[in-house]
Design a binder for this molecule. Structure first.
Ligand code: ATP
Length: 364
């Protein structure tokens, strides 16, 4: 609700047509993004797509070659990092090993605005905020990875920056700590209302914490949208394959409206309506959108498929289905799988609701 309302206001951070070249290599091409105050945005993409380059341009660590960046109405494009208003957390913690936890957090609190008494109070406040009050006098080497990253977060937030930049903050942590800390970061960010940008290559992580995700590939913006938008309505084949799991297959548009064929199987796809007969497509299906047995029987394009693999995962079963070269992955509640008689080697009726087949031009 709040974000919808904010969409009509001036953005807190306005990235306009930003480009970045390293010699002749184009690392960022024409990137534009408007971030509202208090939003949590993730930059998501594979290694080398330019997400760190974009974050560094916002921080002024590596200024943009072209374009304009404004923060709170101020043109910051050419400002050095020290003249900007942000806190940053890196993957590698980057704490001062010879400083205590408290001194690390106090590091950025300097100048006439920060008399000793105020620094002390602020450090205590942040130690509480990140749950490290009893570790104030320890040194970084005496802390776990997750605790060290909490210190880095506290240090970044201490001067009350307008913008929090997170560069793969969870990548160095093991799976369980990672899940805890991402929740903590999101809860903290919500409570403080600090506008936040996080770089990550982990699509699940981006979906879990973000208000909106900027999906990048090879220096280009592929899509900017809420987690649900990029998952349900991917703008490109790249987004469809990079965000979430899916089965992908080549298909050709048939004469009948919405009809496509893939490896000899004819399917109905709403998204293919109106496309020219003979157009070649790349199609994607989410594993939870596959229907089996009675649930498939009423749908157009229902076809018998062989179960080639079955895994019980608790809340769902994961199945591989095959009919010749046409393959689908399905992720369904175990009772539905059982009711459909989908055992390894068995043949089951399978279908995909026509509005759940995502299609893109094959050459995209
Ligand atoms: P990763 O997750 O691996 O860090 P990334 O999406 O953050 O990937 P960037 O670090 O932004 O990618 O790099 C984007 C591209 O720019 C890469 O191809 C990289 O090799 C190139 N690049 C980055 N910094 C420099 C530099 N200082 N000089 C030359 N090329 C660079």
């Amino acid at each position: 609700g709040g974000l919808r309302r904010a969409a009509t206001q001036d953005p807190y951070l306005d990235i306009a047509a930003v480009g970045k070249q390293f010699g002749t290599f184009v690392a960022l091409k024409d990137v534009s993004l408007r971030v509202q105050e208090g939003e949590f945005i993730s930059f998501l993409g594979p290694s080398g797509c330019g997400k760190t380059t974009l974050l560094r341009a916002i921080a002024g660590l590596d200024p943009a070659t072209t374009g304009v960046i404004r923060q709170a109405g101020r043109d910051i494009t050419g400002l050095p990092p020290a003249a900007r208003d942000f806190g940053i957390v890196f993957q590698s913690y980057a704490l001062f090993p010879n400083f205590s936890v408290a001194d690390n957090i106090a590091y950025g609190l300097r100048g006439p605005a920060w008399p000793a008494k105020r620094v002390k109070a602020r450090v205590a406040e942040l130690l509480d905020l990140v749950g490290l009050a009893e570790h104030a006098l320890k040194y970084p080497a005496q802390l776990s990875g997750g605790q060290q990253q909490r210190v880095a977060l506290a240090r970044a937030l201490a001067p009350e920056p307008g913008l929090l930049l997170l560069d793969e903050p969870l990548s160095a942590l093991d799976a369980i700590v990672r899940l805890h800390l991402r929740q903590e970061i999101r809860d903290l960010q919500r409570r403080l209302g600090v506008t936040t940008i996080m770089v990550t290559h982990d699509q699940e992580e981006a979906m879990a914490v973000s208000d909106r995700i900027l999906v990048m590939s090879r220096g280009h913006v592929q899509q900017i949208g809420t987690p649900e938008e990029v998952y349900r309505s991917p703008a490109t084949a790249f987004v469809a394959s990079f965000v979430g799991r899916s089965s992908a297959f080549d298909a050709v548009v048939q004469a009948a409206p919405g009809s496509i064929t893939a490896h000899g199987v004819t399917l109905q796809a709403e998204a293919a309506r109106g496309l020219l007969y003979g157009t070649t497509l790349r199609a994607f299906v989410r594993p939870e959108d596959v229907r089996l047995g009675v649930a498939a029987a009423g749908l157009p394009g229902a076809v018998p498929m062989t179960v080639t693999h079955l895994e019980f995962l608790g809340p769902t079963c994961r199945l591989s289905l095959e009919r010749g070269a046409f393959r689908l992955e399905a992720d369904l509640p175990p009772d539905q799988v059982r009711d459909a008689g989908a055992l390894p080697g068995a043949e089951v009726l399978a279908a995909v609701p026509p509005d759940r087949i995502m299609v893109f031009p094959a050459d995209e």
